[in-house]
Design a protein around this ligand. Structure first.
Ligand code: FCB
Length: 481
């Protein structure tokens, strides 16, 4: 077992830390990662079904079956959340369950699943916190061009209107998109995620249409609110923290480039109503941005009610121009392949402790990301909508899962979140990723992020030590010293 080397874990005395009253404590999942039942009750095919069926795309040839069979076992999972004292559940709604062809006829049976889930949550005193798009585009829409087509943004808004019409009487907090960077970049440029395309121009068009879809969906949700329950709309970014490896001109330039491609391309349109000039310039040979129509940015930049941050760890980069000589070769590269495609940007590790994903652990990045978002979006409520870590958990002979590393990770990051609040960041809640082990995209079931362990053969759930610990924090609002 490796030991954690976060700044916090070096402190001998960690003070007790108290979160503000009313702070939201929850856990998160996403439809394709947990539901299973991919052909049940008229569900249509999603791009992830298609992608997972292609040989070599997912570790171990894993697919969306059985996942954690949440589609059938949701009552047990709600009971677990209640037992853990979690006040909110961030889940996603599968577009192909609701509209199997992506548009047109509504599948009542698909909608009914979420109806039961939402009612079950409310009966257990847990706030339903749905995300409309966590990457599972209906395959028929992808066949017609997917997010590279403007039409898909319109279809997304129609889907949002259907879902809001069905649940707007019981749901207050809506999230349109989860991590548009992952959808656009990993899906359309790097080819690591569904639909597995590898074209920069496609990725840029996809990014724009995702953001436009967000803006149009936000309009649809707000329109549905007329006269009814308050509808609060937000979206979730995985705002990366990109740091220069060395204090050199080349490394600072690399960090700026990576920040543009990774963050500003997505946050500038939403928070500031513009595309970053340096990023447009960088991609001028790939795209003329003809997909950007007059009026789009005003739709995209309509004020948000809340903004979600998914954070796992910071990244360091060096400028290829400055050379990587002198850096331990074992630390160069190795972080997500996306940086390589950014040209001139070389990922470098610090040599910190890593999770089972290979991601370096440094909770100060969470503080940094929160402060930045609060500065860029003054007055908007912020939520950490995902934070957590994968480790190679096993059920011990005593029946428990003793995941001390995950508890240390969560503790360090919650301390960073608390420090952000103390600095004036309007952080209103925290959702642990994930409620339970699940299908970790291209890594299949090989990576375990849950605070609850899942045995995929028996579907037996076991609360990990970190889950018991998190439950204590959620119940009291206090991080023990
Ligand atoms: C995020 C995703 C989430 C999960 C975590 C580990 O990027 O939103 O579904 O896979 O990473």
């Amino acid at each position: 077992m490796t030991t954690l080397h976060t700044p916090e874990s070096h402190q001998v005395h960690r003070p007790e830390v108290r979160f503000p009253a009313g702070f939201v404590w929850g856990s998160a999942t996403a439809a394709f990662q947990v539901e299973g039942a991919t052909t049940a009750d008229g569900r249509g095919t999603s791009i992830w079904d298609t992608f997972a069926a292609r040989p070599g795309r997912i570790v171990g040839g894993d697919t969306g079956e059985p996942a954690t069979d949440h589609y059938r076992r949701y009552p047990e999972d709600i009971a677990l959340m209640r037992e853990l004292g979690l006040g909110s559940y961030r889940f996603s709604i599968a577009w192909p369950r609701v509209l199997p062809a992506g548009k047109g006829a509504v599948n009542r049976a698909g909608l009914d699943f979420y109806d039961r889930l939402i009612d079950g949550l409310l009966a257990a005193g847990i706030e339903p916190w749905p995300t409309l798009y966590h990457w599972d585009l209906p395959q028929t829409l992808e066949d017609a061009g997917g997010w590279t087509r403007r039409d898909t943004a319109q279809r997304f808004a129609e889907y949002a209107a259907v879902v809001q019409g069905a649940f707007g009487d019981r749901v207050t907090h809506w999230t349109t998109l989860n991590e548009p960077w992952c959808s656009a970049y990993l899906g359309y440029v790097a080819g690591e995620h569904a639909p597995g395309r590898t074209d920069v121009a496609d990725g840029l068009a996809a990014a724009h249409h995702l953001l436009l879809g967000h803006g149009l969906a936000a309009q649809a949700i707000r329109a549905g609110a007329a006269g009814g329950r308050e509808q609060r709309v937000g979206l979730v970014h995985n705002q990366g923290v990109v740091r220069p490896y060395r204090d050199t001109v080349a490394d600072h330039a690399a960090a700026r480039t990576a920040d543009g491609v990774r963050n500003r391309l997505y946050t500038d349109p939403v928070l500031h109503g513009r595309y970053p000039e340096d990023v447009r310039e960088r991609f001028s040979g790939d795209s003329d941005f003809a997909f950007l129509h007059p009026g789009d940015l005003a739709v995209i930049a309509a004020p948000l009610d809340h903004l979600g941050l998914n954070f796992y760890g910071p990244q360091w980069v060096a400028g290829a121009a400055g050379g990587v000589e002198g850096i331990d070769p074992s630390l160069v590269g190795g972080t997500p392949a996306e940086w390589a495609a950014d040209g001139g940007v070389v990922p470098v590790r610090r040599g910190l402790a890593r999770t089972a994903m290979g991601w370096e652990i440094d909770a100060s990045g969470l503080y940094e990301a929160l402060v930045r978002l609060a500065t860029e979006s003054p007055g908007t409520d912020l939520y950490v909508t995902e934070n957590g870590a994968a480790f190679d958990d096993e059920v011990a002979p005593d029946g428990g899962v003793h995941d001390t590393e995950r508890t240390a990770y969560l503790d360090a990051h919650l301390r960073a979140a608390h420090a952000a609040i103390a600095s004036g960041v309007p952080l209103k809640g925290y959702f642990a990723w994930s409620l339970m082990d699940n299908f970790e995209w291209a890594f299949g079931y090989s990576k375990r992020f849950g605070i609850v362990h899942v045995d995929y053969d028996t579907q037996c759930r076991t609360v990990k030590d970190s889950g018991h610990w998190f439950a204590g924090v959620a119940r009291t609002g206090v991080l023990p010293g």
